[in-house]
Design a protein around this ligand. Structure first.
Ligand code: ARG
Length: 430
């Protein structure tokens, strides 16, 4: 296949070290985007046919060659490598190799600038849909366990100090609602970025009546990203929006992982992690360590780092700059690592077992103090006075039981009235 640079003038030479520097890891990263780049190229070709820039026969030939390339990529028979400057060049080289001058027509009215925009936009949409699905998966397990574990007593902490009686169901329902929110956030980010940049060319449009409505609809975008200048401005900005949505989910994973690593310690002893979720120590024969949980906790940092990297790249004036290529590596890395972590969470949650005795044993009489103060206030004692009375007589709280405390916690959403039906309703995403 001829792999000349798209922009090289006849007879001019290139320097190998400089070429290597220019390409960087781009060609490898473009493997991720290539299927989407091909899909967008097919829509672009159809659009060109609709305005008679290519004939129907030429369009059919281009489309067939692109379909063949898509098949080769999927089967692993076509590998994007250093023969090419990037994925965009590889597509054109493939078409030119197969179709000669017809292949040389494919780039009419487009630039690699809108090509990379549209490919990464389609890729991002797919990843955000994955994110929403994975968050719903975690929420499902949490909600089911909340429904089943209303009678499992769990101490409630603030400042990591024993505070009030609570339940496992209350803990589960909290994470369920969190993951549903995270799924919504992913959906909202998807909706926000669901705009077609193809047809904006290098950022200034072209002197052709490109059928952008057609490519928008053919590629399944909700709308056209109208202004070519803005299409360029949105590079990195949309990537950050997606990573922000991912961060929301991973923030909850990090907190969950923290809870589990504390609860799995001998000091708490609340949680039993099945053996597959733990590892041994190379030196201490007695150890089982919650490494998986800790690695889940660490994934937030990967995404936070990626966001910082992209923010640094975006310190640019408007218009395309090659710097923007450096948004790709952090974006792809963050989504791979973030989604990989989220995919494990439902199984982890389904597998974890409680040590009910240890949790019940962690309830001490002082944890009924708030119940009593509120009871007195309900009976007419001004709350501050009730608070003082209970504080002065903390010893008098023995004889209460956790089940009674939980049953009486009837403020909506609390352990005595979890309102799981309301949380369940929000499982239905738009
Ligand atoms: N690899 C490039 C990127 O990711 C593709 C666009 C190249 N455009 C250009 N004008 N050099 O930004």
């Amino acid at each position: 296949m001829s792999t000349n640079l798209l922009w090289q003038s006849t007879g001019s030479s290139t320097d190998e070290a400089i070429m290597r520097f220019l390409a960087g890891e781009d060609v490898v990263l473009d493997r991720e985007l290539l299927p989407f780049d091909i899909e967008a190229s097919r829509a672009h070709v159809a659009g060109l046919a609709r305005i008679d820039i290519v004939s129907a026969d030429e369009a059919a030939a281009l489309d067939a060659a692109l379909a063949e390339l898509a098949g080769e990529v999927e089967a692993g028979r076509f590998l994007l490598d250093a023969r090419f400057e990037d994925g965009h060049s590889a597509i054109e080289a493939w078409l030119t190799d197969r179709l000669g001058d017809i292949g040389r027509k494919v780039h009419t009215g487009r630039s690699r600038n809108d090509q990379v925009l549209v490919a990464s936009r389609l890729w991002l949409k797919a990843r955000l849909a994955d994110l929403a699905g994975l968050c719903r998966g975690s929420a499902r397990v949490c909600l089911d366990r909340a429904g089943a574990e209303a009678d499992i007593v769990m101490p409630g902490y603030t400042h990591l100090q024993r505070a009030v009686v609570s339940s496992a169901a209350h803990w589960w329902a909290g994470y369920a609602e969190a993951f549903i929110d995270n799924a919504w956030r992913a959906r909202q980010a998807l909706e926000w970025i669901d705009a077609n940049p193809l047809g904006t060319a290098a950022g200034y449009g072209v002197n052709l009546p490109l059928d952008r409505e057609h490519t928008t609809q053919a590629l399944g975008f909700a709308r056209m990203q109208v202004n070519p200048h803005y299409a360029q401005l949105s590079r990195g900005k949309f990537e950050l929006a997606a990573l922000e949505a991912l961060s929301q989910a991973l923030l909850d994973v990090r907190r969950l992982a923290w809870d589990l690593s504390l609860f799995a310690s001998a000091e708490f002893g609340f949680v039993e992690l099945p053996e597959v979720w733990t590892t041994g120590s190379s030196i201490m024969p007695n150890k089982r360590n919650p490494d998986v949980v800790e690695l889940l906790r660490a994934r937030y940092g990967v995404v936070a780092g990626a966001r910082a990297e992209i923010e640094q790249v975006l310190a640019l004036p408007s218009g395309y700059h090659r710097d923007l290529q450096f948004t790709k590596a952090p974006l792809i890395r963050a989504l791979h690592q973030g989604l990989e972590a989220l995919a494990l969470v439902p199984r982890l949650l389904a597998d974890l077992g409680w040590n009910r005795e240890r949790m019940a044993a962690a309830i001490e009489p002082s944890m009924y103090a708030t119940d009593l103060a509120v009871e007195l206030a309900r009976d007419g004692v001004p709350f501050r006075e009730a608070y003082r009375q209970v504080k002065d007589a903390l010893g008098g709280l023995a004889g209460r039981d956790p089940a009674g405390s939980l049953a009486a916690r009837i403020s909506p959403g609390a352990a005595g009235d979890l309102r799981l039906d309301l949380i369940e309703q929000r499982m239905r995403l738009p």
